[in-house]
Design a protein around this ligand. Structure first.
Ligand code: SF4
Length: 326
């Protein structure tokens, strides 16, 4: 059974303006997004800023209401739950945030930050609480004596470890990590990625790992999904990412720097900006920037189809386009 299954998620946000805050349109942030995550699996979600990744994260954790679609957690529909009915789901799912400086309350001691989910969901005696906090600090590579300190006494990497200790405090089945390493230096970011992997091996946690950096996502994930303008355009096991199918995925891969000056690389520069999600293009939403676009692409929306084992992509021309060259 899958830990998480989403079907046709949709979410739009109203754009208001003027003295009476009249709604002048809707930002179509997430359009028809479906995916699943198996127990102990990491699904990476990658795409440019503004493509809807964070909205997907917040929908999955029920921090935003769905416009339509379904979310199944361990086989149970949770997309329609409200209030107290959501409590068991909240206990089994947690989030790690992008900004380790803003995500920890500066007025709370580390022990209170880490124990907060416990205090809400399963209060224990103060002695047990202290023992669990110390054990969690050690699990994330921090000294247990840090429990009495405040967040401002730590570096960015240490703060992110505290955020991870809080996230694993109730032994969740699923963690949604939204750009968890993008605010960190490269060496610190590598240590945090290793910590995520270690915790997954020890506890069997599933991750939805969101980043704009395909290199990090490919390293940490078992499968990777690429989003463009609110839709998933390709989803494939990480081994298949040497041969992406969708032109947008090809462009993302070609943009990854290779630390070898002797290797020849084909640079791919996509023309234009991402179109406005208030008024997405007709047909394939990538067509104004796609070097392979033809008439059909602006008229007909391509379906997400399985073209190779477990490799799904949404493009009319798959099979007809080879390596990307411009
Ligand atoms: Fe490009 Fe057409 Fe494929 Fe869209 S459907 S990615 S526009 S070739």
């Amino acid at each position: 059974m899958k830990i998480l299954e989403t079907k046709n998620l949709k979410k739009s946000f109203p754009v208001k303006s003027g003295f009476f805050s009249r709604v002048k349109g809707f930002v179509k942030s997430v359009q028809d997004v479906s995916f699943d995550i198996a127990p102990g699996e990491t699904l990476g979600l990658v795409g440019e800023s503004g493509c809807g990744k964070t909205t997907v994260a917040r929908l999955v954790l029920r921090l935003h209401e769905l416009d339509s679609g379904n979310i199944f957690f361990e086989g149970q529909e949770v997309g329609n739950l409200r209030g107290q009915d959501l409590k068991p789901f909240r206990k089994k799912t947690q989030m790690v945030f992008q900004d380790p400086y803003a995500s920890l309350n500066p007025r709370m001691r580390v022990s209170s930050i880490i124990a907060e989910p416990m205090d809400i969901h399963e209060p224990v005696s103060s002695r047990e609480r202290q023992e669990r906090v110390e054990s969690l600090l050690e699990q994330v590579g921090l000294d247990k004596s840090f429990a009495n300190r405040y967040p401002h006494e730590f570096s960015g990497g240490q703060r992110q470890r505290i955020g991870i200790a809080r996230a694993i405090s109730l032994n969740p089945k699923l963690i949604v990590a939204d750009e968890p390493v993008s605010a960190l230096d490269v060496s610190v970011s590598a240590q945090i990625v290793k910590l995520f992997q270690k915790l997954q091996e020890e506890k069997g946690i599933s991750y939805l790992f969101i980043s704009h950096d395909l290199k990090v996502v490919r390293h940490v994930s078992h499968r990777v999904a690429v989003m463009y303008l609110g839709k998933i355009v390709e989803i494939a096991p990480k081994e298949n990412w040497a041969k992406p199918l969708h032109p947008y995925s090809k462009a993302l891969i070609a943009a990854i720097p290779i630390p070898d000056p002797t290797r020849k690389v084909t640079r791919v520069v996509l023309p234009g900006e991402i179109p406005s999600p208030m008024n997405p293009p007709s047909g394939c939403s990538f067509h104004p920037r796609c070097p392979f676009a033809e008439k059909r692409c602006s008229e007909e929306e391509p379906e997400l189809k399985e073209w190779a084992p477990k490799q799904w992509a949404a493009c009319h021309l798959i099979g007809r386009i080879g390596p990307m060259s411009l």
